[in-house]
Design a protein around this ligand. Structure first.
Ligand code: 2AM
Ligand code: CA
Ligand code: CA
Ligand code: CA
Length: 269
């Protein structure tokens, strides 16, 4: 584990919010649900979890700014630190009773992600990472997979949702990936997709049209586990462009480059 004051703050906040999520998941049919846009749902569970996280993190680190999925941006007095918070990543799974979702909290310092926590309350899997201190799942140190062959690789992706994104493009990419890899999966939680790259379950993951709160924590997890993270075109840091649509691609050293090349070829065809 990582014994730092920062990690204690993050883990305490996340565990507190997770208790509410777990309770709400147990009676999901009674939750109030509204629609933010086509196919884009938010429930009382998302909002309550975000409130708990916001209050706990603002109390522990008063000056830090926040980027919150459900409440937008809260500017801090400390301009170099910003939390990127997804209170419930995998809302669609959650609302359908599928036990695959997570809380994701990442801390950015001067444009770089320096700490991340992703927690899956159903499986009780806590993924943590801090810059220079490694990545852990519960108490186990993490390392990305060592698989070298595309034919052995399990690849996860996220797909554009109703009313947004470029579905035909994604289908071309998935077809190309399916033809050469051991399997392709669409799990429905970007944060867990990245955490699973960090712990070697997924060998590669990519997704387009994604936000900072989906990937901030996952980026540091993958990097601290020895993996590579770029945008989905193989270019720089996915969080570099603050407001532009982001994309992400993460994997181990051997397979990351090969899969980026396959995505590029699929798009050129
Ligand atoms: P969410 O559950 O926090 O909204 C899945 O590939 C990723 O896309 C998840 O991180 C999910 O985050 C996000 N997502 C799914 N449907 C979405 C929608 N309609 N609008 C915005 N983000 C969505
Ligand atoms: Ca959402
Ligand atoms: Ca999300
Ligand atoms: Ca969310």
């Amino acid at each position: 584990m990582i014994n730092s004051p920062l990690m204690t703050v993050m883990v305490d906040a996340v565990r507190k919010a997770a208790r509410g999520l777990k309770r709400d998941f147990g009676e999901v049919e009674n939750l109030q649900v509204s629609r933010k846009g086509p196919g884009n749902f938010v429930s009382a569970a998302d909002r309550k979890a975000e409130d708990v996280l916001r209050e706990a993190l603002m109390k522990a680190r008063p000056g830090y700014g926040l980027v919150l999925e459900e409440n937008g941006v809260i500017e801090g007095t400390d301009k170099s630190h910003t939390w990127h918070i997804d209170p419930l990543d995998g809302t669609t799974n959650f609302l359908h009773g599928i036990p695959h979702f997570a809380i994701s909290v990442g801390l950015e310092r001067d444009g770089m992600i320096v700490a991340g926590v992703i927690y899956d309350p159903i499986k009780d899997e806590l993924f943590v990472a801090e810059r220079g201190k490694g990545a852990y799942l519960n108490n186990r140190r993490l390392r990305v997979s060592g698989r070298q062959e595309l034919a052995d690789a399990l690849v996860a992706y996220g797909s554009p949702y109703l009313g947004r994104g470029d579905q035909p493009r994604l289908l071309k990419e998935v077809a190309a990936v399916m033809q050469v890899t051991g399997g392709a999966r669409r799990f429905g939680s970007a944060a867990l997709d990245l955490a699973y790259v960090a712990c070697g379950r997924n060998d590669f993951y990519w997704e387009r049209d994604i936000q900072s709160w989906d990937i901030a924590a996952g980026i540091i997890l993958v990097r601290e586990a020895g993996g590579f993270v770029t945008n989905a075109d193989g270019g720089a840091e996915p969080l570099a462009a603050k407001t532009a649509a982001k994309s992400v691609a993460a994997g181990n050293e051997a397979l990351h480059g090969e899969l980026i090349a396959i995505l590029r070829k699929a798009n050129a065809a």
